[in-house]
Write a protein that binds this ligand. Structure first.
Ligand SMILES: Cc1ncc(COP(=O)(O)O)c(C=O)c1O
Length: 452
């Protein structure tokens, strides 16, 4: 297929995710031919630094020799088989190794095949647990403002980003939402590095008052990703764990985006030293190769589903591709790479490099804050630096940065007014520096007239 044909057929038949397709009239999708480490390479041979790890999934670069090999070896045995009534080594090895790495007490692994599905699983498991534990009145879920947990109807119901959910409101579950941390515009006048998570009072009040009807609180630990990489301190999670214990409410940790080293540790909850009741993982789990997700939970929760068939207590949830063998084999190799190549150790200089750019970005008139947690950093653009007033969304500042950065060879996909960096963990320092320079120039170059 020539590039022209490919783009014509794409326009004719393909509907891209999270996209206003009309934007493609001005900027057609870029046809990618292959990957090489942190680079995506298009049909014309142009290279783009993948500054967002292709929607936060890629951990060690594209076209990775070890992951390629693991995939081929497993494909030579079997790609997929039914996971009810059957099992296989990659799934069993993955489950046992994840349990060993995860916060203590999480000893059971349920498999699904994408992040939203893992969230659905955790919500359903929590609900069913209470139904089968003599607490049938516990039917509601709690999340925080600007939360993002995926886009299936259950996951959207616990989401808090109006952009994705407002139109579907009439068909969503009836959930509670509390004001969460907003460290950039902290109403308490504190800084995230020195606060006591005073903002936790909102969640605390809600959960305490409605504890009898609440099944679980779901939260993105340390970084609210889709909300614009809103970073908040671990103390918030410690308070949440204590509250959930006191109120007999489950804590569901959605580490779909932040798990697997993104925060500088394997799992974000480790920064707070707490263990959730349900831990949802996906995205980086296969290094960005195959869709896979898991939900880890405790043995006592598992036990509430374990009984004679006739009691109908089983968790009757399944996806056709549950426990896919190719994906599990890749996930096992991802854990091997973490271990054998000391991936987390090598992050330190890269995190320091990100920090070194803070003052440079903050010197720009439209930058309100540069923030970082682990290997995730974000630059928040504002119309007024002092009042922190945001640019109106209609100006599409982020989209303008995206377009400028593409011209310079980097894929950045800002979230509204937030330009962020979540590159593969293995990015070279020199390339990381280049990415940051491109972003800097793109922000400068995105000034001027608004466009549609
Ligand atoms: C925190 C979080 N939860 C859930 C999801 C949904 O994952 P998926 O897109 O695989 O359904 C995402 C995706 O971005 C996410 O960031």
């Amino acid at each position: 297929m020539t590039k022209g044909e490919l783009l014509r057929l794409d326009r004719r038949h393909v509907w891209h995710p999270c996209t206003q397709e009309k934007d493609h009239e001005l900027l057609p999708p870029i046809p990618i031919e292959r990957g090489d480490g942190v680079y995506l390479i298009d049909l014309d041979g142009r290279r783009y630094i993948d500054g967002v790890s292709s929607w936060w999934v890629n951990l060690f670069g594209h076209n990775h020799p070890r992951l390629n090999r693991a995939l081929q070896e497993q494909a030579g045995k079997i790609a997929h088989h039914i996971f009810a009534g059957f099992t296989h080594q990659p799934a069993v090895e993955l489950a046992s190794r994840l349990c060993a790495l995860a916060p203590e007490g999480l000893n059971r692994v349920f498999f699904a095949d994408n992040g939203s599905a893992a969230v659905e699983v955790a919500l359903k498991m929590s609900f069913q647990f209470w139904q089968q534990s003599g607490r049938a009145e516990k039917v509601r879920f709690v999340s925080i403002h600007e939360a993002y947990h995926g886009e299936t109807v259950g996951a959207l119901s616990v989401g808090g980003c109006d952009l994705y959910r407002e139109i579907y409101r009439p068909i969503l579950l009836d959930t509670f939402q509390a004001q969460g941390p907003d460290c950039f515009r902290c109403p308490y006048g504190k800084h995230r590095d020195h606060c006591e998570a005073e903002c936790f009072e909102h969640l605390e009040r809600l959960v305490t008052e409605r504890r009898h009807e609440i099944a679980a609180v779901i939260i993105e630990p340390l970084i609210q990703g889709a909300a614009g990489m809103r970073i908040y301190p671990p103390i918030y999670l410690r308070k949440l764990r204590a509250l959930c214990d006191a109120c007999q409410v489950h804590y569901i940790a959605d580490e779909i985006a932040v798990g697997f080293g993104r925060t500088g540790r394997m799992f974000a909850n480790q920064h707070a030293g707490v263990a959730p009741d349900f831990l949802c993982l996906s995205k980086g789990i296969t290094g960005g190769y195959m869709p896979l997700s898991v939900v880890l939970t405790r043995d006592d929760i598992y036990a509430a589903f374990y009984d004679d068939y006739a009691t109908l207590k089983a968790f009757l949830h399944s996806h056709s591709y549950t426990g896919n063998a190719l994906a599990c084999a890749l996930a096992v190799e991802v854990l091997n790479i973490f271990e054998q190549e000391n991936i987390l150790e090598f992050l330190k200089p890269k995190m320091a490099l990100l920090d070194a750019f803070a003052s440079k970005f903050e010197g720009l008139p439209e930058v309100g804050e540069f923030r970082r947690c682990g290997m995730v950093a974000a630059v928040e653009l504002v119309r007024d630096k002092r009042s922190r007033e945001p640019f109106p969304w209609q100006q599409r500042r982020g989209y303008r940065v995206y377009r400028k950065a593409l011209q310079d060879g980097a894929l950045l996909r800002p979230l509204g007014n937030v330009v962020y960096f979540m590159p593969p963990l293995t990015i070279d320092e020199a390339v990381l520096e280049e990415l940051l320079e491109i972003a800097y120039r793109a922000i400068e170059g995105s000034r001027g007239r608004a466009e549609g």
